[in-house]
Design a protein around this ligand. Sequence first.
Ligand code: DAH
Length: 350
Amino acid sequence: MQVGARFDELREQALAELAACADERALEAWRAAWLGRQDGRITLLLRSVKDQPPDERPAFGKAANALRAELEDALEAKRQELKERALRELATLRALDVTLPGRRPTRGTLHPVTQTLRDCIRAFEAMGFRVFEGPEVEWAYYNFDAVRIPEDHPARDMWDTLWVDALVDGERKMLLRTHTSPNQIRVLERHAPPIRVIVPGKCYRQEATDATHEWMLTQIEGLAVDEGVRMSDLKGVLYDFARRIFGHDRRIIFHHSYFPFVEPGVEMAIDCFRCRGSGAECPTCHGSGWIEILGAGMVHPEIIANAGLDPSRYTGFAFGLGIERVAMLRWGIEDIRHFYQNDLRFLRQF
Ligand code: DAH
């Protein structure tokens, strides 16, 4: 038989068997049978070159090598085809591979100011205060006039207050509230004593920022109005609050201060977390040993009267607490600006 014809027959048989292979295993069996190093048929064929008549050997060898190359290519093509078919099947029939390990979602935490705000709210709620909310865009009337901050008071200056441009009766009368105190009035307009509310929320001031000042701050306003509410009630509530938030071993001090909407007015301070009152060079309390956290006082009788209540019968206390300050004290944070710079290296610590 001619060399060429013999090889044609082999080729046809090999390719037919390859075409019938349906999976990787069949493919492997075919490879071993035809191209296997030990006794694959083509391997044997190549080994038999030396048994051929001398003048046929070159043509035989060349044809055998060509056939081997052709079958190797065919095998590779078939392997590729099977792989692609398997992938297509996977994509359509089993698009969801439930055996793959899941991707763990990164878990966030609440912002430290939010955590502190919630803890403070909880402390007051435990003492019977209810939560009330007021608008961040406020009327100048509530923010200033109604809480006895007169027209010429420096707090009204352009420099302190972020005014809304819209004019009402030719004047700017709306602003971003500079404190939560206007809600004292809003609550008194709507509710009758006994009143015990807290009003949490953001406030805005146009300020040159530094370690303890930001143009946005979070406050909780407190208001209690009833018959016979006294300064000792205010102190009791604030002591209890401070213990709930800072623990039992912290010291608290009240001293006199002035706010137009209370009489008398006080400020409450807590012993410095850094030096505990001992270090004259402490950068946090500047050597005083105390850090202010809130303003408070007995609601001014004029405000009680404006609410339609008899000030000889009804009295009340109010307080305004700075939440960023509380968060700084709790965790020993030196600079208020960290809170709103969105630096994950800072935020991940809470
Ligand atoms: N509103 C004051 C401020 O933002 C804080 C304050 C002081 C609130 C005394 C009060 C208070 O209710 O009685 O600086």
